[in-house]
Design a protein around this ligand. Structure first.
Ligand code: SAH
Length: 379
């Protein structure tokens, strides 16, 4: 009985990896540039259509390789123009990807893991537990599918619909470093998506050793999910703080900028009513970030079923903003987008085949306290 080897998914390779693939197969390394352009400039996944490759090479590729992004299951459109896609992975897990159009940019928010292990107390992804890391193909595949759905491949390279990518969907990207970094390289590589490094942002709760590694290996913009000004509170909101407390995290942020052309780090701060949104917190934040070139992103908390927190009042957000602004800090208040289709920050759900017992436990607790209700809204 002959065993058929699985095909190699070329979406798993960054530019160097693709070169290696070709030389392993006795082909010239420059074939990788041709391939990248077919895949990421033109959106072609069928080798037969790649007319500048010899017929022989196309046949050989077809026999051993494939270009296979996740499968698009459902598309939802928000009344504000936000679009969300539910994508199915080979093992039955599902992830969500969101496109947020604005007048001057189009931002794609992608996931890096199925679920998340960090268990931040205000995040709905946390309630679903964790299944696994995404592969590079599943990460870059989200950008590829979105580009296809948005018609970007029909436009020439000067006209982009997706101008920015943020890793702010499900998961902690720095806990999936080995798969995330090749995907980031493909986003920024000219022969692939060609986005500038200022427009590709990795958001992290602050995994300090991985931050230092990233600093040396991949030039992307960084967003830190800070959310609190004291270790005591941050330990509750972002439990990984117990391992990497605020002082260590901010020291790593300084190292991230030192000796590089990088200008600023974004600090995300979710506004939770009566928890972290008081004027004293704003003043503490100013002090804490002294000496770090920073941009602060105030995110109104997006509620979800059974969430224990409340969104800060507009007055509290305005007061907080004004304290930062008067202290000379670059601050923006993020507008909630796509909440009618559950596409706002922290609302991405997908379908997580949870390998931890967390989601079951949470469902049980919710049933006990309210007599029913689902936390996952996209199945
Ligand atoms: N693990 C990464 C990326 C995923 S979360 C990180 O922690 O940065 C992306 C951003 O959305 C984070 O800043 C996160 O704190 C925020 N977020 C999560 N749940 C939210 C909610 N319910 N409302 C508003 N923002 C939320």
């Amino acid at each position: 009985m002959s065993v058929i080897a699985p095909k190699t998914n070329l979406l798993n390779f960054d530019p160097k990896g693709l070169q290696q693939f070709f030389s392993n197969h006795g082909e010239k390394p420059f074939r990788s540039t041709q391939l990248l352009k077919w895949i990421y400039h033109r959106g072609i996944s069928d080798f037969a259509a790649m007319t500048d490759l010899s017929k022989g090479l196309r046949t050989r590729l077809n026999a051993c390789a494939e270009i296979r992004p996740p499968e698009m299951l459902v598309e939802q459109d928000s009344k504000d123009g936000t679009r969300k896609w539910l994508l199915r992975l080979d093992d039955g897990n599902c992830i969500e990807t969101v496109f947020i159009p604005e007048s001057d940019r189009g931002t794609l928010c992608i996931s890096s893991q199925v679920g998340c292990i960090l268990n931040c107390s205000f995040c709905s992804t946390a309630k679903q537990g964790f299944s696994r890391n995404l592969s590079t193909a599943e990460i870059i595949g989200q950008v590829w599918i979105a580009a296809k759905m948005l018609g970007q491949f029909e436009l020439n390279q000067q006209h982009r619909i997706i101008t920015n990518v943020v890793l702010m969907g499900m998961g902690e990207p720095l806990l999936n470093y080995e798969q995330v970094v090749p995907a980031l390289r493909l986003m920024m590589e000219d022969n692939a998506f060609g986005l500038s490094k200022r427009r590709v942002t990795l958001s992290t709760a602050g995994i300090v050793p991985a931050l230092d590694k990233l600093r040396d290996e991949c030039d992307v913009s960084l967003a830190i999910s800070l959310h609190a000004t004291s270790d005591e509170l941050r330990n509750k909101l972002v439990p990984v703080n117990k391992k990497y407390p605020i002082a260590d995290l901010l020291a790593a942020c300084k190292r991230y900028l030192e000796g590089t052309a990088r200008k600023k780090i974004t600090f995300e701060y979710v506004m939770l009513s009566e928890i972290n949104d008081q004027p004293k917190h704003a003043k503490e934040l100013v002090k804490l970030l002294e000496g770090i070139p920073a941009k602060i992103n105030l995110i109104p908390f997006n509620p979800y079923p059974h969430s224990v927190y409340k969104t800060s009042s507009q007055a509290a957000i305005d007061t907080f903003y004004n304290i930062l602004y008067r202290a000379g800090m670059t601050t923006i208040t993020r507008r909630t987008r796509g909440d009618d289709i559950d596409a706002a920050c922290g609302q991405l759900a997908g379908k997580v085949l949870d390998r931890t017992k967390r989601s079951e436990r949470i469902k049980r607790q919710a049933n006990e306290t309210t007599g029913g209700g689902e936390t996952c809204h996209s199945n």
